[in-house]
Write a protein that binds this ligand. Structure first.
Ligand code: PLP
Length: 403
């Protein structure tokens, strides 16, 4: 038989397609400001000092390569829970179900499968508008097709948060809906609620009895401090008693992109509930990929459980966050130097890996075609692709297409 004959080729999402187009570009001066991967000032990938140290320790241990348990490396799960929540007592610790996952994406996928299996079949899930493109694909794939809705998040006029619209939308969500929030460094906009707004969001979600879902892909990468970047969901749990879900990625903050290292946390009401939830997550994982990879989990667990390495990691992650922040300032400075009269202050107000520049799809198209500078059509720029060597060129090119 020829069962595949009628299959049509299909492109990946816009971000992956952009990388492919960039790689095909033969211009030696091309610049990629697309995917959210950290680069140093020479545009090179970075392995953190703390990670190198952990690798050495692991190498010396001559560990075996046996399967991890279905729920992952135990010391990693324990360390991840502390890293995410820093539980205030044993009772709080006991009622958080934690499993290891295939980075943030895998965590989202397992969580979506869990929600689809255990929430009422008509439950809707609400994403910020805009959100990371893969959220849609992941939840569709897990069975939420037709039940994915948006809530206002970004105010294009100010380049900031549409706080009023956001809060008003929550009040209209059907009770029991799932609301997806970005824990920090919102992707693609770089716009996060202030703590005052977070408090209102928490209260509004409580009033609507929503299932609160935090995607935490950038803990410590945004501000350089893991406590500040976990503030929102810790507040939801500790102050308002939300039983949140947190999907945690170690791709950016530990630089472990390809190691697919992440965790899924489900805050429950009791130790017994947490045990039951963990067992159900294990069933989902067993059928999906049986058990997670061990290397990244061992690396993270080595760092999290060693005071000196943790100290070094804090220096490493701060260095990344600081370079991103300085690049934002430098870009705005160079835009003005290039003669731009526009207000670019949103670029320095925003935080994390991305800036939502406000460039139109046509302007981005010109940047790609005329200047060989690649970013997604929505005007999202990966700040980490900027460095002291290319920032002037980028600023001049942006000024050219926006004036
Ligand atoms: N969630 C958001 C908002 C992201 O930006 C990303 C990565 O870009 C992820 C989740 C998951 O990334 P990974 O699967 O590499 O951990």
């Amino acid at each position: 038989s020829q069962p595949w004959k009628s299959i049509e080729p299909i492109g990946l999402d816009a971000i992956k397609q952009l990388t492919i187009a960039f790689q095909a570009d033969t211009n030696p001066n091309k610049i990629l400001l697309g995917e959210g991967v950290y680069r140093d000032d020479d545009g090179k990938p970075v392995v953190l000092k703390s990670i190198r140290e952990a690798e050495k320790i692991l190498y010396e241990k001559k560990l075996d390569h046996e399967y991890a348990p279905v729920t992952g490396v135990a010391s990693f799960c324990k360390g991840s829970k502390k890293f995410a929540f820093d539980p205030k007592n044993q009772e709080q610790d006991d009622r958080i179900a934690t499993v290891q996952t295939l980075s943030g994406t895998g965590s989202l996928r397992v969580a979506a499968a869990f929600l689809n299996k255990f929430l009422p079949k008509d439950t809707e899930v609400y994403f910020p508008d805009p959100t990371w493109g893969n959220h849609n694909s992941i939840f569709n794939d897990a069975g939420f097709n037709g039940r994915i809705k948006k809530y206002p998040y970004f105010d294009a006029k100010t380049g900031g948060l549409a706080a009023d619209g956001f809060l008003a939308a929550i009040e209209k969500m059907p009770k029991g809906s799932v609301i997806l929030l970005h824990a920090c460094a919102h992707n693609p906009t770089g716009v996060d609620p202030t703590r005052e707004v977070w408090k209102k969001v928490s209260k509004a979600c409580k009033d609507r009895e929503l299932v609160v879902f935090f995607d935490s892909a950038y803990q410590a990468f945004a501000t350089g401090n893991e406590v500040d970047d976990a503030w929102a969901y810790r507040y939801f749990v500790e102050e308002d008693g939300h039983q949140v879900i947190v999907t945690q990625s170690y791709a950016k903050n530990f630089g472990l992109y390809g190691e697919r290292t992440g965790a899924l946390h489900v805050v429950t009401g009791s130790k017994q509930e947490a045990t039951a939830v963990t067992s159900q997550l294990a069933v989902i994982i067993r059928a999906m990929y049986s058990s997670p990879p061990i290397f990244g989990a061992r690396v993270v667990s080595t760092v999290l459980n060693d005071e000196n390495l943790l100290k070094q990691w804090r220096v490493d992650v701060k260095e990344m966050a600081d370079r991103i922040r300085k690049s934002r300032e430098a870009l705005v400075y160079e835009l003005h130097q290039a003669g731009s009269k526009r207000d670019w202050s949103h670029i320095t107000d925003q935080i994390g890996m991305f800036a939502f520049t406000g460039l139109t799809p046509e302007q981005v198209e010109r940047l790609i075609k005329e200047q060989n500078i690649y970013m997604t059509k929505d005007g999202r720029m990966s700040i980490s692709g900027l460095n002291t060597k290319n920032i002037k060129t980028v600023a001049q090119a942006i000024h050219k297409v926006t004036s």
